[in-house]
Design a protein around this ligand. Structure first.
Ligand SMILES: [Zn+2]
Length: 258
């Protein structure tokens, strides 16, 4: 399938040039994109529109968001391979199953689309929530935490999460990845996955502390240069693993609901 790889590579390289992806992220995106296109044009189209939707919100107020989250988030706005796979891996797995079985509108389409919709809902919630910048609260302590903190919620972020789930479920149906009767399954499963992401991100994701700045962070080496200390959560559970929980649980919810 050289044409599928070619189209996926073109989009990935453009995204790398526009600083949405790191080189490793562009390679991973090419693999995910080629697998989606191999499953069918509709799958490729859904992935491309999903990417446009997420990237548009990610680019919105980018400098302002980078400034707000510089000392908190583990990674910057350019996505690397593990971020791409945490968000798109379950969808790529569904595409691979479709390629093997040839069943374009089967259950793999439903849980694959739900996983991708959940990743989109979660990402857009973070992007809009951080952009608006209203004080988010940790669902673990209900205290106000800096924008970008995992497991924190704000009104703007929650509206963005629900809205994004509805938009992406509608896209999946409009393009023909999922039958119209299962629109609600994708929407509900996407919200379920994003909620799981928030809960797991708040309760068990590794939390770290910078002794120099006396500030909470997710970075091993803080933006100030100091080495940070573990401060709760499971030390091995980073943001990418939590995103994988988001997409995998959305797939599981879709499978259970259908
Ligand atoms: Zn520091």
């Amino acid at each position: 399938m050289p044409w599928a790889v070619g189209i996926a590579l073109l989009i990935a390289v453009t995204s790398w040039r526009r600083k949405s992806l790191r080189p490793s992220g562009a390679i991973a995106a090419t693999v995910v994109g080629a697998l989606a296109l191999r499953a069918g044009y509709t799958w490729g189209a859904f992935l491309v529109l999903w990417f446009v939707w997420v990237t548009t919100w990610s680019r919105l107020g980018r400098a302002r968001k980078a400034l707000r989250t510089a000392g908190v988030v583990e990674k910057g706005a350019e996505r690397d391979a593990s971020q791409v796979l945490a968000n798109g891996g379950v969808f790529a797995l569904a595409a691979t199953i479709v390629c093997t079985t040839g069943e374009l509108n089967g259950s793999a389409a439903l849980w694959g689309a739900s996983a991708l919709a959940a990743a989109g809902a979660d990402t857009v919630a973070t992007e809009i929530g951080t952009w608006v910048g209203a004080a988010p609260r940790s669902v673990r302590t209900w205290r106000i935490v800096p924008p970008g903190t995992s497991g924190a919620v704000s009104a703007a972020g929650s509206v963005a999460m629900g809205g994004s789930a509805l938009v992406l479920a509608t896209l999946a149906v409009a393009i023909g990845v999922v039958p119209a009767g299962q629109w609600w399954v994708v929407a509900v499963a996407a919200v379920g996955g994003a909620v799981m992401d928030t809960v797991v991100g708040a309760m068990v994701q590794a939390r770290r502390w910078c002794p120099v700045c006396e500030a909470a962070t997710e970075q091993r080496r803080h933006s100030c240069g100091a080495t940070t200390e573990p401060r709760g959560g499971w030390p091995w559970l980073g943001n990418d693993a939590v995103n994988l929980v988001c997409t995998a649980s959305a797939a599981a919810f879709a499978w259970l609901l259908a």
